[in-house]
Design a protein around this ligand. Structure first.
Ligand SMILES: Nc1ncnc2c1ncn2[C@@H]1O[C@H](COP(=O)(O)OP(=O)(O)O)[C@@H](O)[C@H]1O
Ligand SMILES: O=C(CO)[C@@H](O)[C@@H](O)COP(=O)(O)O
Length: 540
């Protein structure tokens, strides 16, 4: 008998990453990455307006490319289940058949008819309005979302488009999260009512909660803005966790790649939530998924009845691990700050001597940058008079979302060099992480362990050591860079019945700890002073 295989697909900001796995041994048989082509050219984006949009064709083409890579030497017919995770909140306007408007000729070049990526902050004003109405309403719908509705989220983005693009508003039958649309596309679903919406995006980003009977009421949404009336009864009331089956794979994939028609697709979720499961999350262990941004994930048994933590991205039953309450917090820029610094320094050089730079030298400059500034930064002493930055280069996600904030710095002068700047940026990122840890502790939630995953922990031991020194905790790094896809594979293996539950699947498939970074006591002491300066700058 052929071995049954599962696939985990992780739709990140820039690319889709796929893993083909033997779910019994945990052996990875193939992996594949596909970068979004239009996104790579930054089409439909306008950073000056904080506008970041993704075309559905980018996802569709990348799925095909990843499948081609996974099946270079393996048979699609052996796959029994596929689970997916995506960024979020990344909603899109759809017609009555679940088709994003951008897939029609009329809207194919209209960014408002595409997916509004998580880091799109065009809806800041609309988020503020939702907060104002919610605080006056008979029930505060934001209470399970940390008490502050964010411009990164579902309703704020919908409202922004309702108001600013009449064509899209008139033609949108409803809206879907990317994490619901991808499973629907893989199943070829064209019936909106049949879409099994994921609890994770619904609870953290759309204010869904069992105690509210589902989503915020139509009366509430209409009080925020009358345009919501046109969408009344076109959303959902039930939600599902990723260990449940969404449907069977669509004929297109059976015909193109040779999948078995019985292959199941599971209910979706947001990337970091599956990443936490892939990293082997356990109660009171904070999993930090660190890349462009961070997502800080925690699970706690529902029976522990913890208080509502203010200023985070919410706490939702089953959003990470079914059967436990999943907490989400995070920073809206982490690696993105380092990338900003790299661009700041390298772009003028490239512009001035670009045409004289051979492709080899251009690549060398690009590849060597982080190595060089890391070497410079790591050799500098940590002193109480060091340069201090805040980490608000893309606003603040948590604690207490505020996307109107800008980064600031104190303490540079003529002697400041690139290494000092990079050191201060890494420390700023770590100060932001510490502020999140302190917010959990302020609500009496003890964090016993921290696991770091995502791209940065494996790329930069320096960054992880600074995190340990600033946060004052041991940080464990695991043996996989693909924990989000691995987490999805765990859900796939559970949903198709190979394992009875996620806990058992985790034992066989989740990543293992390979290195632990402990705080340096001397540096930890100095960082207390620098962190206090960060907090003062953050509040000025
Ligand atoms: N050596 C390094 N040190 C610190 N940051 C790095 C290094 N190499 C890459 N980065 C940062 O890693 C980020 C990408 O993280 P990654 O997890 O790979 O991607 P994504 O967030 O899209 O999933 C970029 O923002 C980049 O600035
Ligand atoms: O914002 C969220 C989750 O709330 C993520 O989807 C977002 O951070 C995606 O980041 P990555 O590109 O995976 O680093």
């Amino acid at each position: 008998m052929e071995t049954k295989l599962v696939i985990g697909l992780d739709f990140g900001t820039d690319s889709v990453r796929g893993l083909l796995l033997n779910p019994v041994t945990g052996e990875e048989l193939a992996s594949g990455v596909s970068y979004y082509k239009r996104w790579k050219k930054q089409l439909y984006c306008n950073p000056e307006k904080d506008q970041y949009r993704q075309h559905p064709l980018d996802y569709m083409e990348s799925i095909d490319e990843v499948f081609r890579k996974l099946f270079a030497n393996e048979r699609a017919a052996n796959v029994v289940a596929i689970a997916t995770n995506t960024t979020g909140s990344t909603p899109v306007a759809v017609d009555a058949n679940c088709r994003p408007l951008a897939l029609s000729t009329e809207f194919s070049e209209n960014p408002n008819a595409m997916f509004l990526l998580w880091k799109d902050h065009t809806a800041t004003k609309e988020a503020d309005e939702i907060n104002v109405v919610s605080k006056k309403w008979e029930v505060d719908y934001t209470k399970y979302c940390g008490g502050i509705y964010s411009s990164e989220w579902f309703w704020a983005k919908i409202l922004h488009i309702n108001r600013t693009d009449d064509q899209v508003f008139q033609n949108a039958y409803s809206w879907m999260e990317q994490s619901d649309w991808i499973p629907a596309y893989l199943c070829g679903t064209d019936n909106l009512a049949a879409v099994k919406r994921n609890r994770c995006a619904a609870g953290h980003k759309a204010m869904w909660h069992e105690s509210f009977g589902g989503l915020p009421s139509a009366a509430f949404l209409n009080a925020v803005d009358p345009t919501f009336a046109a969408l009344s009864n076109r959303f959902y009331s039930d939600t599902y966790t990723s260990d449940q089956v969404f449907g069977q794979i669509a004929p297109y994939f059976i015909d193109t790649f040779g999948f078995n028609p019985a292959t199941i697709i599971t209910v979706g979720a947001i990337d970091a939530h599956h990443g936490a499961v892939g990293a082997g999350i356990a109660p009171y262990t904070l999993v930090k998924v660190i890349g462009t941004s961070t997502c800080d994930m925690l699970v706690v048994p529902a029976s522990d009845q913890l208080p509502l933590v203010e200023g985070i991205c919410g706490q939702v039953d089953g959003s990470i691990d079914p059967g436990m309450v999943g907490f989400e917090a995070g920073q809206s820029a982490f690696g993105d700050m380092f990338n900003w610094f790299k661009k700041l320094l390298l772009e003028p050089t490239r512009a001035i001597i670009g045409d004289q730079l051979s492709p080899e030298l251009a690549t060398k400059l690009d590849d060597a940058f982080f190595r060089y500034v890391t070497m410079e930064a790591s050799q500098l002493p940590v002193t109480e008079s060091d340069l201090v930055f805040t980490d608000y280069h893309n606003g603040r996600r948590t604690p207490d979302a505020d996307f109107s904030l800008h980064a600031s710095a104190y303490g540079f002068g003529l002697a400041t060099q690139a290494g000092h700047f990079f050191k201060a940026l890494v420390e700023a990122a770590a100060f932001g992480s510490r502020a999140i840890l302190e917010r959990f502790r302020a609500f009496h939630i003890p964090i016993e362990n921290v696991i770091a995953t995502g791209g940065i922990p494996t790329k930069s031991p320096y960054v992880v050591q600074v995190l340990a020194d600033v946060m004052g905790v041991n940080i464990h790094v695991i043996d996989s860079e693909q924990t989000c896809a691995l987490g999805s594979a765990i859900f796939a293996a559970t949903a198709c019945g190979i394992y009875p539950d996620v806990q058992e699947a985790k034992k066989a498939i989740a990543a293992k700890i390979v290195r632990t970074y402990s705080p340096d006591p001397e540096k930890q002491k100095t960082y207390e002073t620098l962190y206090n300066r960060y907090k003062k700058l953050a509040h000025d």
